[in-house]
Design a protein around this ligand. Structure first.
Ligand code: FAD
Length: 537
C-alpha cells in the first residue's frame, strides 16, 4: 500500500525542531510499515545555525543578564557530573516511599464525606425533641427536614468536588472527581425532590388539607419557599440536561454553561436553609458552622477556578510559539512563557487551555502534555474531535494562552513495579510519550504498545522510536481497524510476556480504555497495577 507523504511543515511549525531534536530517525528495520511515510525522499538534516557570540553583559527587559561563565576544566567536570547524575536518575528506578494509593485516598475521602453526612443527621436528631414524631404529619415533616439537610449538604459537596482543589485533582484525579460528581448528582435531585414532597405531605397531613392546595400555600405563603422552589427547578433542569441521553445531544459548551445555573441554585438553597431551616433558626453554632462551610467552598472556587488561572497567566505569560502538523487531523501546539519550571507539571498531567482569540477565549479544554516538562516550552498534541480541536491547527504564533493546572494523577508516582507497560489508543499516546521520556527505567524495563487504525494515524513515531532507542525501551505499533481483537489478553501476553508483573499505564478514548482494562485483567494484571486516563470527564 503506498504511504502518504508526511504533512508539510511551515517555517513556524519547524521553529522548534532544533530545540526538540526531532531529527531522530525512525528505525526502518523495526517499523518498515511506517518508515516510508516519514522518509518519502531523503532530505539532508537542517544544519543547526552557528552559535552566535554571546554579549559580555546583556540588558534584557530592563534586567541585567549575566553571561554564562566560560567552560573551564572544573566547570566541565561539574557539568559531566550533573549529566551522570541525571542519567542515573533516569535509568534507575527505586520503589518510592509508601504513598497511599489513589483508590485508598478516594475511599478515605468518601469516608470523610459520609462522616459529614452523619454529622448533619445528628444535628437533625439533636434538634428533634423526644415525642415530636407522634403522628403521620409530624413524621413526614421530620423526614422532610432531614432530607432537606442532607440535600443541602450534598449540594455543597457537589460544588466542592468541582472546585479544582489542587491536592484532590493531583492525588485522586480529575476523572474520579468528575465521575463521583456525576453519580452524586442523581441522588441529589432525588433527595431534594423527596424533601419538597415530604414537607408538603407532612404539612397537609397535619392540617388535614389536600396536597394541591397545601403545595400552593407552602410555595406562595411560607417565607423563602418560592425562592427555594426556583432553586429546585434549576437543579432538576441541570439534572435532566446531564442525563446521558440528553447530554449526548448537546454541544459540550451549551451543557457546560447551562450547568453553571447550579451555582445560582446553591445560593437560593443556602438562603432558604438559613431562613426557615429549623436546625439553624434556633441554633447559632449550627448556623455559624453551616455558613462557614459554604464560605470555605466559595473561597476554594474563587481561588482555584478564578484567581489561580489568572495568576498563572500573569506570571508565566504563556503564548503559542508554533503549531506543527503531526498526522492527518492531529497537530501539536508549542507554548512558551516565563519561568515554566515553576509550574511543577509532571509527565502524564494535563492543563485546561484557553486560547485568547476571538472565537475561542470563552472555552477551556483539557489537553495533556505530550512532552515531559522541560522548562523551555509546553506541548499539547490534539486530534480534531470537534469544532474547537479542529480549529487549533489555525492558531498563529503569539496568541496568548491561559492555562489551568497542572491536573491529573496519571503520573509516574502511581508506579509500584520496576517494569512498565504503556498502552496508548490513538491520541492517548500524548501523555504516554511524556511518560516514556521520563520514567526512570533501565533497558528492557519499559514497553509501549500503540494502538492506531492505520499508519496515517500514528502520531510522532520518529520521536517514540528515538526515545525508545535512547532508553532501551520497545515500541510495538498495533495497527488495524477499531473493534478488532488487537487488545485481546492473548495478544498482549504475546507482545509483552511478563505483562502480569508490570504496572500498566493506559490512555485513550473511553471505549478503548475500558476494553484494555478488561483484557489486562484477563491477562493477569491486578487491578491496582492498572492506571488509566480516559480522554473524557
Ligand atoms: C484529562 C483529559 C486529557 C485530554 N487530553 C487530550 C489530548 O492530549 N489530546 C487530545 O486530542 N484530546 C485530549 N482530550 C480530549 C479533548 O479534551 C476533547 O477531545 C476536546 O475537548 C474536544 O473538544 P471539541 O470542541 O473539539 O469537540 P466536541 O465535539 O465539542 O467534544 C467532543 C467530546 O469532548 C469532550 N469535551 C468537549 N469539550 C470539553 C471540555 N471543555 N472539557 C472536557 N471535555 C470536553 C466531550 O465529552 C465531548 O463529547 C483530553 C480529555 C481529558 C478529559
Amino acid at each position: 500500500m503506498p504511504m502518504p507523504a508526511p504533512p508539510p511543515q511551515t517555517a513556524d511549525m519547524l521553529l522548534l525542531d532544533r530545540d526538540l531534536d526531532l531529527d531522530a530517525d525512525l528505525d526502518p528495520a523495526l517499523h518498515p510499515e511506517l518508515y516510508p511515510r516519514l522518509h518519502p525522499t531523503a532530505t539532508p538534516p537542517r544544519p543547526h545555525p552557528p552559535a552566535s557570540p554571546r554579549p559580555v553583559e546583556a540588558q534584557r527587559g530592563g534586567v541585567r543578564v549575566r553571561p554564562p561563565r566560560p567552560a573551564t576544566a572544573a566547570s566541565a567536570h561539574v557539568t559531566l557530573g550533573r549529566v551522570a547524575v541525571a542519567r542515573r536518575a533516569l535509568t534507575t528506578w527505586r520503589r518510592p516511599p509508601l504513598r497511599l494509593p489513589r483508590r485508598t485516598l478516594a475511599l478515605l475521602l468518601l469516608g470523610g464525606l459520609g462522616a459529614g453526612a452523619a454529622a448533619v443527621v445528628w444535628l437533625w436528631w439533636r434538634d428533634t425533641p423526644a415525642g415530636a414524631l407522634g403522628g403521620l404529619g409530624a413524621e413526614l415533616t421530620a423526614a422532610g427536614r432531614v432530607t432537606g439537610l442532607l440535600g443541602g449538604y450534598l449540594l455543597l459537596v457537589q460544588v466542592a468536588l468541582m472546585a479544582r482543589i489542587p491536592w484532590l485533582e493531583r492525588r485522586i484525579g480529575s476523572d474520579w472527581l468528575a465521575a463521583t460528581h456525576r453519580a452524586f448528582g442523581e441522588y441529589l435531585v432525588c433527595i431534594l425532590v423527596a424533601h419538597a414532597a415530604l414537607i408538603v405531605a407532612g404539612y397537609a397531613a397535619r392540617g388535614h388539607v389536600g396536597l394541591v392546595p397545601e403545595t400552593v400555600r407552602v410555595v406562595l405563603e411560607e417565607p423563602d419557599v418560592l425562592m427555594a422552589t426556583a432553586g429546585l427547578a434549576l437543579l432538576i433542569g441541570v439534572g435532566v440536561l446531564s442525563a446521558r441521553a440528553v447530554r449526548r445531544r448537546l454541544a459540550y459548551e451549551t451543557w457546560y454553561y447551562l450547568h453553571l445555573y447550579a451555582y445560582l441554585a446553591v445560593l437560593l438553597a443556602f438562603a432558604h436553609q438559613l431562613a426557615v431551616g429549623a436546625q439553624f433558626t434556633g441554633n447559632r453554632a449550627a448556623r455559624v458552622a453551616w455558613t462557614g462551610a459554604h464560605l470555605a467552598v466559595a473561597a476554594c472556587l474563587l481561588v482555584f477556578r478564578v484567581v489561580g488561572p489568572l495568576r498563572l497567566g500573569l506570571r508565566h505569560r504563556l503564548r503559542v510559539a508554533a503549531v506543527r502538523r503531526e498526522a492527518a487531523g492531529v497537530v501539536s501546539v508549542y507554548i512558551t512563557g516565563r519561568d515554566l519550571a515553576s509550574l511543577r507539571a509532571e509527565a502524564g498531567q494535563f492543563f485546561r487551555w484557553r486560547f485568547l482569540t476571538a472565537g475561542r477565549w470563552w472555552q477551556a479544554h483539557p489537553f495533556s502534555l505530550s512532552t515531559a516538562p522541560n522548562g523551555r516550552f509546553l506541548r499539547l498534541t490534539v486530534r480534531a474531535a470537534g469544532d474547537h480541536s479542529r480549529g487549533l491547527g489555525r492558531l498563529r504564533p503569539g496568541v496568548r494562552v491561559l492555562a489551568e493546572g497542572p491536573y491529573g494523577a496519571f503520573t509516574a508516582t502511581l508506579r509500584r513495579r520496576r517494569r512498565v507497560l504503556l498502552l496508548a489508543g490513538g491520541v492517548g499516546v500524548a501523555p504516554l510519550r511524556a511518560l516514556l521520556e521520563t520514567l526512570p527505567a533501565g533497558p528492557g524495563e519499559v514497553d509501549l504498545i500503540y494502538r492506531a487504525s492505520t499508519p496515517q494515524d500514528v502520531v510522532f513515531p520518529h520521536e517514540l522510536d528515538g526515545i525508545a532507542r535512547a532508553r532501551g525501551a520497545a515500541v510495538h505499533y498495533m495497527l488495524g481497524p477499531r473493534g478488532g481483537h488487537q487488545l485481546a489478553a492473548g495478544r498482549l501476553r504475546s507482545l509483552v510476556p511478563d505483562v502480569r508483573w508490570r504496572d500498566v499505564f493506559v490512555c485513550g478514548p473511553p471505549g478503548m480504555v475500558e476494553m484494555a482494562r478488561r483484557e489486562l485483567r484477563r491477562a493477569g494484571v491486578p487491578r491496582r497495577h492498572i492506571h488509566a486516563e480516559r480522554f473524557d470527564l
